[in-house]
Design a protein. Structure first.
Length: 492
């Protein structure tokens, strides 16, 4: 009974070994992933399981028949089965590795193909870009949504621009107005009405200067400036001084109150866009302010520019080149005038003052009359040449003035009675020296002042300067040159 039990136990052990062996193979297949294309070729399929079971049944049958086999034989059989399993597993792993190697090879080939495609694509793209950059597409036409526009002053309008073809390389816009006093235009094409009138605004293709489009602009000035008032219309300033008249444009609700300023002689005075007038050099000029919205309306400012000399006196220049110190006309060897200065005779003020002097002298029993009064530029030129021819230039310059430098050309000078040295010491000469300043006259070339005035003593030569200055000079004993701090010398 014991032997029968052992046989059953051995048979059970063998059957269990085969079952475990079968289960172990299935485990190996499930544990290791396989290549779906190759791995199933080397792995046992479910169809192989019955074959193993058949072998197991056969072995079982053999074992039951040979009941006399010992446990050592069973152990040997078990070792053989285990070796068989190891071989099957080794075979399976080798097959899997081979499949993996094939798969890696396949991937390498795939990578090679991808690289080839990439290189081909890169070469194609580079060629394409090179061709594109070398072929520039220019604008051939510009279209606008409006070609005529009418605006009130201060209003704006922006045309819509379409450039053809749509794929042009450079579709930049260049805008310009034919008259910015009528309408301006900015870089974006915004047109602004400035003043009444008409102009043309043009847009040009930045990439093709031969292509453009034009907008005809009409600006209406429904409410224009009608008049201009200034706080002053005449001013006297010194060199470097700046003044600005206050401007009032009417009506106050005009479309635009913009001003435009201009000087007719910028070498004398300049003016900026705000109306700041600045003295540049002695002289006179006119500065004009004009309404931008209505150019027909303007106003002038007469500007006299003076200079302050080292003695603190204001110096101004006249239209004929004559020079004034504190408003007093000075003509000597240093300061002259051109041939255009011609009052035509004694000034009315000088003539009136001399008549008063003559009457006063007559009351004192002294007769004073005019020997020589006004001389024109041409008259003085002839007289001076006569003296030069008869006495020489050096001598002539001591008692006769060159044309343009003679006080007789001013209409403010008179030679009384006898214009010669014989007049000196006469009652008439003494009366003039004592009373001339009471009527606004001075002895222009007094005795002992020859080096200062540039001329010899001439008691007959009187000059009108006005009562106030004449009396100040008489009481101080100063000449005009000394009083104003100036010289009397020819340049040559």
């Amino acid at each position: 009974m014991m032997k029968g039990y052992k046989k059953k136990l051995i048979l059970t052990f063998i059957i269990m070994s085969y079952i475990i062996s079968a289960a172990g193979c299935d485990f190996i297949v499930k544990e290791k992933p396989v290549n779906i294309n190759n791995d199933y070729a080397t792995v046992q399929t479910p169809d192989s399981a019955p074959e193993s079971e058949e072998k197991a049944d056969t072995s079982s049958s053999v074992e039951s028949e040979n009941s006399t086999d010992t446990a050592d034989e069973n152990e040997s059989s078990t070792e053989k089965d285990t070796s068989s399993k190891s071989e099957d597993k080794s075979s399976s792993n080798s097959s899997s590795k081979a499949a993996s190697s094939d798969s890696a090879s396949s991937k390498a080939a795939s990578s090679s193909t991808t690289s080839s495609k990439t290189n081909q694509g890169s070469a194609y793209n580079t060629s394409s870009k090179t061709t594109s950059s070398s072929a520039e597409t220019k604008v051939t036409k510009i279209s606008l949504d409006i070609y005529d526009v009418e605006l009130d002053v201060g209003k704006t309008k922006m045309p819509i621009v379409t450039m053809t073809p749509y794929n042009a390389t450079n579709k930049g816009e260049i805008w310009k107005s034919s008259n910015e006093k009528i309408a301006t235009v900015d870089d974006k094409g915004v047109i602004t009405a400035v003043s009444e009138g008409k102009c043309v605004v043009t847009v040009t293709a930045a990439g093709n200067s031969s292509v453009n489009a034009k907008v005809n602009v009409t600006v209406k000035g429904a409410n224009k400036v009608e008049s201009i008032d200034l706080s002053f219309t005449e001013t006297s300033i010194t060199v470097g001084q700046t003044v600005m008249p206050r401007v009032t444009m009417l009506p106050l609700d005009a479309d635009t109150l913009e001003e435009e300023w201009k000087s007719d002689n910028e070498s004398v005075a300049t003016v900026d866009n705000y109306g700041n007038i600045t003295g540049v050099a002695t002289g006179t000029c006119k500065v004009t302010v004009t309404s931008v919205s209505n150019p027909k309306v303007s106003k002038e400012v007469k500007v006299t520019v003076k200079e302050i000399n080292t003695s603190g006196h204001e110096v101004t220049q006249g239209d004929s080149g004559e020079t004034y110190f504190d408003g007093t006309l000075i003509v000597n060897k240093t300061y002259g005038m051109d041939s255009s200065y011609n009052p035509g005779g004694l000034t009315s003020e000088c003539a009136s003052a001399f008549e008063n002097l003559r009457r006063a002298a007559a009351l004192d029993g002294i007769t004073i009359y005019i020997d020589s009064g006004f001389r024109s530029y041409e008259d003085q030129e002839r007289l001076y040449e006569q003296y030069v021819n008869s006495r020489g230039k050096e001598a002539a310059d001591t008692f006769s003035a060159r044309a343009g430098h003679s006080e007789h050309q001013t209409g403010l000078t008179i030679d009384c009675n006898n214009a010669s040295d014989s007049f000196a010491g006469t009652p008439e000469a003494e009366w003039l020296a004592e009373h001339a300043s009471e009527y606004g006259f001075i002895i222009r070339y007094p005795k002992g002042k020859e080096d200062i005035t540039g001329y010899k003593y001439e008691p007959w030569h009187i000059r009108y300067v006005g009562k106030e200055l004449a009396q100040e000079l008489d009481s101080s004993g100063l000449t005009l040159e000394e009083y104003f701090g100036i010289t009397s010398e020819y340049a040559d």
